[in-house]
Design a protein around this ligand. Sequence first.
Ligand code: ADP
Ligand code: MG
Length: 468
Amino acid sequence: MHDGETIVQPQREIASDGAIATQWASVRAKLQQEVGDVEYRTWLKQVSLLGLDGDEVTLVLPTRFLRDWVSKEYGALITTLWQAQNPNVRRIDIRTQQLVRATAPNLAEPTLVTAPPRPEPRGDLAAPLDQRFTFETFVVGKPNEFAYACARRVAEAPSMPGFNPLFLYGGVGLGKTHLMHAIAWELSTQPRNGRSVSVTYMSAEKFMNRFINALRNQSTLEFKNELRSVDVLMIDDVQFLIGKDNTQEEFFHTFNALVDAGKQIVISADKSPSDLSGLEDRLRTRLGCGMVADLHATTYELRISILQAKANRAGVDVPVKVMEFLAHKITSNIRELEAALNRLIAHANLFDRPVTLETAHEVLHDVLKAFDRRVTIQEIQKRVAEHWSIRVTEMSSARRSRNIARPRQVAMYLAKQLTQKSLPDIGRHFGDRDHTTVMHAVSRVTALMATDAAFAEDVELLRRLLES
Ligand code: ADP
Ligand code: MG
């Protein structure tokens, strides 16, 4: 992961460079001809151009999964097509959008196989909403029912005391953006007291860019007024504001002005307000003073329901066995799960073949391999020990005090989940313990996860870290 290098040279915008944009347009057209419509729409439509630097063209995609897939399957073809347009181009660099979102022009919306209509542009200030992200398409289960209920509530009656701000948090790909868009759709399509509610949704990153542009163009007053005239303001991924002091300050003032004027605010972040260290204290306090709702890691049941719903919507018959297989294998987040299903469906459409367990294995071979990445028991022990601040040697020690025994059990549980090792084998790595001890640890952790949400989150977090 390249998490460190958030923004790549903002001045490398291509919007101003006509030649490279024209080349990209022809490369796209050729690509579409070359691979056909379905494949193009499924994989390539989402590629956008970041720019040309020397002899290297940079393209971006919204997810790692797509990036890997497009690089592997189409990298060579794109290079060839590009060189036919411009022989000076030597290399095509394909990366993920997270690194460059702030600067990438015209980021296409994610596509489903059943190409959704383009979201309507919603004024200059707001980002477009994804038409697929509605309450109707949101599958509700234990991990997200509270957040869903809060979102529904705000959509029904914005600015209710106790629900302002609504703060949604949770890991990547668990539905924060989906819920925010759903609220925005609901509010903007249902006039209240004879007047439509004006909703502005944008990422914190976009907020920052707008603010910086306003500073640059000496139009901060317009920017402020524009923001303060909305009824509902939604800012996605506020963790992005960490370390951006001026933007934080501006956001804080906007926030206060809106709340004081009785407007609704909806915020999302990857952590709870109290865990967003790096945000100013007074801002954190304000963020947390309304309703705070978290989206937990998915459960197997929720993953199955989501797959069912998505297959239904796509009108494709996906056997239960295939869904079970996917729900077992892809536990990281809903976005990855959806991507895998889309790929299966695309493949089925492309070759006009039904989806079966065999085709799933075949089509998702490389994806699943990534999920199967061999984690060693030592790695697990090290991570878990770090997480609970105990020494790694305690994993094999005979001590049985709770603060040591519990992490040890979690490590055993994760070893069972993430490696192919047998119970006796796992036991041996934990100070020669018996396989029944490992079994006990697995059932103990499973039971605890079902009753203690915070604990379940810790374990899921560790699993995600180890799997990535
Ligand atoms: P986040 O903003 O938390 O990273 P998103 O809202 O972008 O995650 O969700 C990632 C993908 O998973 C989206 O395509 C979204 O529609 C889908 N998704 C997430 N939660 C659900 C859900 N409960 N039901 C159906 N789809 C979901
Ligand atoms: Mg999001």
